[in-house]
Design a protein around this ligand. Structure first.
Ligand code: FE2
Length: 196
């Protein structure tokens, strides 16, 4: 069965003003949709048709001749994950086990926040900032372009898209303002806690 664009888990205007309906119309409806359609076109009639997204990502990662399939599969995975990392009225400090885990790994929430904001804000060019689980420890990393952690033995907990298409309509060139809004107003910590 062909891959499909997932429905957003909230209304298009539900994240405004931190993320506008116009951003979601373009980012979800056009950019993400294009990755899904291109992936379906690229895998039709190949050994990858019928495989799961994770199988395709793991099988094509690092293979120069499969770069197109990898990029579109990983972008489909990353964007699907990203939409679920946000919720209306989200952001701020997590609670419970996740909060304890963040304290253990980074010292305290403010240290984690500083690290994530710096990684996301200074990542050069297009890519993704991630909170990942590496065994028992949580880490902040960033990946370039479509790269994602699932073929690196890391478990994604939270991601923030730092491609310009994620924030240019709402924040123009000011990526750090978008990162602040993501952390303070959008992050879905309940979803993050379920990934542990
Ligand atoms: Fe994106």
């Amino acid at each position: 069965m062909a891959f499909e664009l997932p429905t957003l888990p909230y209304a298009k205007d539900a994240l405004a003003p931190a993320m506008s309906a116009e951003t979601l119309e373009y980012h979800h409806g056009k950019h993400h949709n294009k990755y899904v359609n291109t992936l379906n076109d690229l895998i039709t009639g190949t050994e990858y048709e019928g495989q799961s997204l994770e199988e395709i990502i793991k099988a094509t990662a690092g293979k120069a001749d499969k770069k197109g399939i990898f990029n579109n599969a990983a972008q489909h995975f990353n964007h699907s994950f990203f939409w679920t990392c946000m919720t209306p009225g989200g952001g701020g400090k997590p609670t419970g086990d996740l909060a304890r885990k963040i304290d253990e790994s980074f010292g305290d929430y403010d240290s984690f926040r500083k690290k994530f904001a710096a990684e996301a804000g200074t990542h050069f060019g297009s890519g993704w900032a991630w909170l990942v689980a590496d065994g028992n420890a949580l880490k902040v990393i960033s990946t370039h372009d479509a790269e994602d952690p699932i073929h690196m033995g890391l478990k994604p907990i939270i991601t923030c898209d730092v491609w310009e298409h994620a924030y240019y309509i709402d924040y123009r060139n000011e990526r750090p303002k978008f990162i602040d809004a993501f952390l303070d107003k959008l992050v879905n910590w309940d979803f993050a806690a379920r990934q542990l």
